[in-house]
Design a protein around this ligand. Structure first.
Ligand code: ZN
Length: 304
């Protein structure tokens, strides 16, 4: 059986898996990107780990999804946030190592490609994805094509203003959607509430550490403070989702990223605040694998 190799390069780890023709992933390999690793060290590690798959499976192509600014035509990671890559010729280096076709795109586009091939927006002509993680990312497919913009940076769905009097965002705007609906924003809201309400259920749960799940767990145990935080969170996300609906009129909006693990509980937060029902809003069912599936499908009819 022939496979395609998917690679997902993130700031903290690199994931690799092979994808079969039924969109099923083989075992996954994950290795730390390395906090102080040079681009050469990361690339050498990547090649070494890809080799393990290439020796074991019949791999016909490699697709790489990476954080940051990507030039898919030139096969470069131009810049990548906390990664040391600067105009790194990832495609050329992998091609030189293995002599098979290699493709690259940004992680948001890969996530949407994976979702449209095997996930919740399967077969959609017009669709978009919002990823709720440390930041808020996204990608848009309109009329069966990925919207790239002049510099391949279109689809930054976390960066439009929902409150111009809101906090400054790293992008230069104020009150960006990201400042209200990222996991970071939710965690900050929980931290503040815990300080102000030390006797709450939320504060009790926070003793074990705070993450994107803490508020949801506290709400389930009847915590009113957590309910209020999540209602605010859902309201902001509904503003984002409805604004994107008005702009793009997608059939389906897929929510992915860490917060999407809450599934229906997250959808239930958004629903009461929505003002349009023209787009269907769902959480991903690919359990964090959308990006790697999409990467593996680069260079096929699924990546447009
Ligand atoms: Zn912003």
């Amino acid at each position: 059986m022939k496979y395609r190799l998917g690679v997902d390069i993130g700031g903290t780890s690199v994931k690799i898996a092979a994808l079969d023709s039924d969109f099923k992933l083989t075992e996954k390999l994950r290795f730390p990107t390395g906090e102080n690793a040079t681009s050469e060290e990361i690339m050498n590690n990547l090649i070494e780990h890809c080799r393990e798959f290439i020796e074991k499976y019949e791999i016909e192509a490699i697709g790489v999804g990476s954080a940051g600014g990507i030039d898919p035509k030139k096969g470069l990671v131009v810049t990548a946030g906390n990664l040391p890559f600067r105009n790194e010729p990832v495609v050329q280096k992998l091609h030189d190592a293995f002599g098979i076709p290699v493709f690259i795109d940004n992680d948001g586009n890969c996530a949407l490609i994976g979702e449209r091939a095997a996930g919740e927006c399967k077969g959609c002509v017009d669709t978009l994805i919002i990823t709720l993680g440390t930041g808020v990312g996204g990608a848009v497919i309109m009329d069966n094509r990925i919207m790239r913009g002049r510099n391949n940076r279109a689809g930054e769905l976390g960066h439009f203003t929902i409150d111009r009097n809101g906090p400054e965002c790293e992008c230069g705007l104020h009150g960006c959607l990201e400042r209200y609906v990222s996991a970071t924003a939710l965690i900050e809201a929980v931290e503040k509430a815990v300080e102000e309400n030390p006797d709450s259920i939320l504060a009790k749960l926070a003793l074990n550490g705070i993450d994107g799940k803490t508020a949801f767990d506290a709400k389930e145990q009847g915590c009113e403070i957590a309910s209020k935080i999540l209602d605010e969170y859902g309201h902001a996300l509904a503003i984002g989702v409805d604004s994107l609906t008005h702009i793009f009129q997608p059939e389906t909006i897929v929510i992915a990223g860490g917060i999407a693990n809450q599934g229906q509980a997250l959808i239930d937060l958004i629903a009461p605040h929505r003002v349009t029902s023209r787009s269907r809003v769902v959480t991903t069912s690919l359990h964090g694998d959308g990006g790697i599936i999409g990467a593996a499908l680069l260079g096929t009819e699924y990546s447009v």
